[in-house]
Design a protein around this ligand. Structure first.
Ligand code: HEM
Length: 554
């Protein structure tokens, strides 16, 4: 009865948000008139009407897209999502089972999932300018990512991609190679040391440390001890809280210990990184604006074209702060997850392991002949060589899709295969489903690095781990270089054995005791490995405890 009479219902329907606001205004008056119970009851009714309108409206406008069948009315798929165990698998299953592009209601919004490569290429390559990132899905990570490359748009993104591109070309891969080698040597030493006291090492955690040391050293010339001290304390609580807020967004508004801790860590992390950037800018100003360390920060500062008349401004400093934090987030856990899945598969496939070791033996032949651990390899051989090791990395990325999905939204109304895609629609590109499509990959659930041996193969066309197009991953070659040297050196130096939970590698990662029902369900899934249900990047849920033995051949 609050609806203005002279307006038609259709107008209300089209302008439902405005009408809703008007009603809320009136309700507020109602509350002030001390009609509290009526006001609240009306609020519920109004919300329900609005909700129903939106659902019906979306049913009509997206009618050409297959709807995921829903067992529960109103609540839709909430129940299946919350009980799925591994939500990315559930979404991928839907794409593979019902249709390559489909939709489901997420409360009052419609989400489109797609594994259709034509649609994906449209969004990422051909009509790239018409699609932006769907920001609400990045919101929990926004405090960390700020206006960095992953979350920026339009002109700012173009400018930054150009400047940062300078930092990621040329011999930057040598930095990844050298930092990666130094880090894996330290890891091997620790594993050997632990062997003496029969103490296993948590390899997934060790890879996280390794990757953050590498990124800290490559970008900011931080020494490993400093990385180990600063980042786990300051950075990890922020990431943990962001992951929690991905599902429980309301946490942001509550003074919970995790939220408060993340906030104070963010403040300190910002202060710490800003100090490094400003110190570096100052050093460069004393050095005629020439590089002083030769790391990635130096290269990016080269791109800023600073001079005495154009010194680093506060605005640029804050932008660089966001970029550095973006690199930390985008570039460390992703690489760590890739490494742990690669090791997991290699330990289950002795023939593949032998092939990786054969390539490593050639790479380290010079050092072995001198019986030295000092880094001395033929960089050319490294760059063009180790094809099988690289294929192992790509195949592990395909099978486990450590970034299982990315989101996009049209910035203008678009149309695909006769279906209108209105501006603002939430679209999730299901990388995981693309990587498991049986029509694109032979025996997709099988781990088979052979499919990535030749680069001109169809595999590369449908390989989406780093996505494709102008917004593809900036650090993909950095990450592959780092992973290659780490795998090669680790497996060349040591024999690894997984311990705990019976010592059987496949036992270790399947579901634990008391969850037999889920285990049965899990068996039907693509592998018998339990991936983490929602954390990105996807990693094993159980810690991977290993013991390492020095290999005889060195
Ligand atoms: C195995 C390791 C990695 C994987 C699987 C991975 C995956 C991805 C994916 C899927 C995207 C696209 C995100 C989106 O569209 O929303 C992306 C973007 C990005 N990645 Fe990576 N990444 C990895 C390693 C790295 C590393 C090591 C760095 C930096 C050193 C890095 C830096 C970035 C940046 C800056 C972007 C944003 C690019 C842009 O929007 O222009 N990544 N990555």
């Amino acid at each position: 009865f609050f609806l203005p009479r002279q307006r038609t219902l259709w107008w209300c329907f089209e302008n439902r948000n405005m009408v809703f606001e008007e009603i809320v205004d009136k309700l507020w008056v109602g509350l002030q008139l001390e009609n509290l119970p009526y006001g609240l009851a009306l609020l519920v009714v109004v919300y329900f009407v609005k909700f129903t309108f939106e659902r019906v409206y979306d049913e009509i406008r997206f009618r050409k897209i297959t709807r995921v069948p829903s067992p529960v009315p109103v609540f839709g798929h909430l129940f299946s999502i919350l009980t799925s165990g591994a939500v990315w698998d559930l979404f991928a299953d839907w794409c593979l089972k019902y249709d390559l592009t489909l939709r489901f209601p997420m409360w009052n919004e419609t989400v489109i999932l797609t594994a259709d490569m034509d649609f994906v290429k449209r969004m990422m390559v051909h009509e790239f300018n018409s699609y932006g990132k769907h920001m609400p899905t990045y919101a929990p990570f926004q405090p960390l990512l700020g206006n960095g490359l992953v979350t920026s748009h339009g002109a700012l993104w173009k400018k930054q991609r150009k400047i940062i591109g300078i930092g990621f070309v040329g011999d930057v891969l040598d930095i990844a190679l050298e930092c990666g080698y130094a880090a894996v040597e330290r890891l091997c030493d620790t594993i050997e040391q632990n062997r003496k006291t029969n103490t296993p090492i948590e390899l997934d955690e060790a890879f996280r440390h390794l990757a953050i040391q590498v990124i800290g050293q490559a970008i900011l010339s931080m020494d490993p001890a400093e990385s180990d001290k600063i980042f786990p304390d300051l950075y990890l609580p922020i990431v943990e809280e962001s992951n929690r807020q991905t599902w429980w967004g309301f946490r942001e508004y509550l003074p919970l210990p995790g939220v408060l801790k993340a906030r104070s860590c963010l403040k300190e992390l910002n202060k710490y990184v800003i100090e490094i950037i400003q110190k570096r800018a100052h050093e460069r100003s004393l050095n005629n604006y020439e590089p002083t360390k030769g790391d990635i920060l130096d290269r990016i500062l080269d791109g800023c074209e600073l001079s005495h008349s154009n010194p680093l401004s506060m605005e640029q400093t804050l932008q660089l702060l966001d970029e550095v934090k973006t690199f930390l987030l985008a570039g460390h856990e992703t690489t760590a997850s890739t490494l742990i899945w690669s090791i997991f598969e290699l330990l289950r496939h002795p023939e593949a392991l032998a092939r990786v070791r054969k390539e490593a033996a050639e790479l380290f032949a010079k050092m072995d002949s001198k019986n030295s651990n000092e880094f001395d390899i033929d960089k050319h051989l490294f760059k063009k060589g180790l094809p099988f090791t690289e294929a192992v990395i790509r195949e592990s990325l395909r099978l486990y899709s450590v970034v299982p999905m990315v989101t996009r939204t049209p910035v203008i109304d678009d149309e695909f295969k006769g279906q209108k895609i209105p501006k603002g629609t939430w679209i999730s590109i299901m990388i995981r489903a693309i990587h498991l499509r049986p029509d694109l990959w032979e025996n997709p659930t099988e781990w088979n690095p052979e499919r990535f041996i030749t680069f001109d193969s169809i595999a590369m066309k449908n390989f989406m781990a780093f996505t494709q197009g102008p917004r593809r991953c900036m650090g993909q070659f950095f990450s592959i270089t780092e992973s290659k040297i780490v795998l090669a050196r680790l497996l060349h130096r040591l024999d690894l054995t997984i311990v705990g939970k019976g010592g059987d590698v496949s036992d270790l990662l399947v579901m634990g005791k008391g969850r037999e029902k889920e285990r049965e369900k899990e068996k039907e899934r693509v592998t018998n490995v339990e991936r983490h249900p929602y954390v990105v990047p996807v990693c094993p849920r159980e810690p991977v405890m290993v013991m390492g033995e020095k290999r005889n051949k060195i």
